[in-house]
Design a binder for this molecule. Sequence first.
Ligand SMILES: Cc1cc2nc3c(=O)[nH]c(=O)nc-3n(C[C@H](O)[C@H](O)[C@H](O)COP(=O)(O)O)c2cc1C
Length: 173
Amino acid sequence: MAVSSELGEQTCAEDDYRALMGSFPTGVAVVTSTGADGFPRGLTCSSLTSVAVSPPTLLICLHTRSSTLEALYESGRFAVNLLRAEGRRVAELFSRPVDDRFAHVAWAFSAASGQPVLVEDAIAFAGCRVTRSLLVGDHAVVLGEVTDVTRAAGAPLLYGLRRFAAWRPDQDG
Ligand SMILES: Cc1cc2nc3c(=O)[nH]c(=O)nc-3n(C[C@H](O)[C@H](O)[C@H](O)COP(=O)(O)O)c2cc1C
């Protein structure tokens, strides 16, 4: 639905929208799934947002042309891998057109979710079951119910203003 106001319906320029959202830093995840061929797929994703605690539900927004989205629809499942501060190389790897992204990282199919997880580069990963999806423009909003969580020590990787950064809390924080 377009936003309407007394000034009439209007939509801002895409560059203004990108700049707006670029000023809202986020963590960085690699969202993974398994295609019908049994091979892992994954992409770097910063649109991860919490939706509900009960039942534990998160959402991701994936471009409709994403090959990972196709796998996710096929399997009905996915995993979110929250990248550690040292994971910039992995974030770049999973956002570029590399033939086999998984050949360059340590990964395994999770015993809990059956989905591919990045065993060295994530400070946490979670298995999710797709409960709903909605097409909005050029992206699909996918809701996932979290089935299992595994956490490790470490600080998260951040992304904002078109740059990566490591989480660095205030000394008194
Ligand atoms: C920091 C960062 C965050 C990103 N977040 C998203 C996102 O939330 N959704 C999305 O569709 N693409 C996102 N991308 C772009 C995808 O990672 C990129 O288009 C990738 O090549 C898609 O791979 P696939 O088509 O194999 O799934 C992001 C890229 C970067 C560097």
